[in-house]
Design a protein around this ligand. Structure first.
Ligand code: ZN
Ligand code: ZN
Length: 358
């Protein structure tokens, strides 16, 4: 890889990429790779953690008085390398200027997405770690359903969900959970408020996930806390059909844009195409949003080992939004939905004795 790009060394600095390549789960550190050596450049806060998490790796711990860009420049100069690739997205202009200024003999070459591309395909251990994160999320959701109080606010419910995630075994939430009641669910990234109560409308959308060891999960379900209205039933069935069509299209060799298209066609044919205005899904792993992206026009090709979310939604500003999200593993023979929470219309109803009229 280095030779093909006429590089003597490569520096990974994006925290998830450093974790992926080394097993080190801290941050503020870089990994310098040459053909013969791998050195983690870090600071004193991580000395013990590095020794525990990657004992076989060479480390360079900077002194407290040395700035991080200078430490990296010093290590690269010490290696005597000429041309070094760095991750363009993981470096600020200010850091780049400082590093360049302190390593005058080195030519720095920007690279894009090299490690991210490797991360798209998960090995068995990574798949097991995502499975575990999905399980944490599902266990936490079961606790939430069992204790959901219609008088609680969105914020209290989101806080409770984070607590349930930790009780279930997760290290925490993979992102701040979305708990959006009724009309507020029309905002795909609604922030839970301390004013709106769960019982203020007929349904609540919950989008949540767990961070495990240290892989993540990402799920969305809608719970009916009041009546199953005709609009709810209609929109829910369209979104569910869209999700099912997309899942059916997932297999090795499938084009990411076509999987998005499979869901989008269902929503468009039902007349709601204009109200599904985000991509169908994204990869999930060490980060909550990573490659591959499933969206309109995406040219990426799916391969066994990828894990993607499938999350179509319809959002009506004066009514609310419905999204259903699951995490799906691309397998040799097609795909496997890792999340096991039911998705039927009936399963959305919180209190059992509600007539669905269907
Ligand atoms: Zn989500
Ligand atoms: Zn998502």
């Amino acid at each position: 890889m280095l030779r093909a790009h006429d590089l003597d060394a490569f520096v990974a600095s994006a925290p998830a990429n450093v974790t992926y390549l080394t097993g080190f789960s801290g941050d503020s550190s870089s990994l310098v790779l040459t053909e013969k050596r791998a050195i983690v450049v870090s600071d004193g806060r991580f000395t013990t953690q590095l020794a525990q998490e990657c004992p076989d790796l060479e480390t360079d711990i900077r002194r407290p008085a040395e700035e991080s860009p200078h430490a990296l420049a010093r290590v690269v100069e010490m290696l005597g390398v000429r041309r070094v690739g760095f991750e363009a997205l993981a470096r600020t202009v200010a850091d780049h200027e400082a590093i360049q200024g302190a390593s005058k003999t080195v030519e720095w070459a920007p690279t894009h997405g090299w490690v991210e591309a490797l991360r798209e395909i998960k090995d068995d251990l990574e798949i097991a770690a995502v499975r575990q994160a999905v399980q944490y999320a599902e266990d936490a959701f079961a606790m939430l359903k069992a204790t959901l109080d219609l008088d609680d606010t969105e914020k209290k419910t989101a806080d409770d969900l984070e607590s349930h995630l930790r009780k279930a075994g997760a290290t925490g939430s993979s992102f701040p959970p979305i708990v959006a009641v009724g009309r507020r669910s029309a905002l795909p990234h609604a922030r839970p408020t301390a004013e709106t109560r769960i019982g203020d409308d007929d349904f609540v959308l919950v989008d949540w996930g767990a961070t495990g060891r240290p892989y993540k999960s990402d799920l969305t379900r809608v719970l009916v806390t009041g009546k199953v209205t005709t609009t709810f039933e209609k929109i829910y069935r369209i979104v569910l059909a869209a999700q099912e069509q997309a899942i059916r299209a997932i297999r090795p060799g499938a084009c990411a844009g076509d999987v998005d298209g499979a869901a989008r066609r269902v929503v468009e044919e039902a007349g709601y195409g204009a109200f599904f205005d985000h991509g169908l899904g994204h990869g999930v792993g060490l980060e909550i949003h990573e490659g591959p992206r499933l969206r309109r026009g995406a040219t990426g090709v799916l391969a066994a080992g990828m894990i993607v979310t499938v999350e179509p939604g319809i959002y009506l500003a004066d009514w609310g939004g419905i999204r259903i999200e699951d995490d799906v593993l691309v397998t040799e023979g097609g795909c496997e939905v890792l999340s096991r929470l039911p998705r039927t219309l009936e399963s959305t109803v919180l209190a059992a004795p509600v007539s669905l009229g269907c």
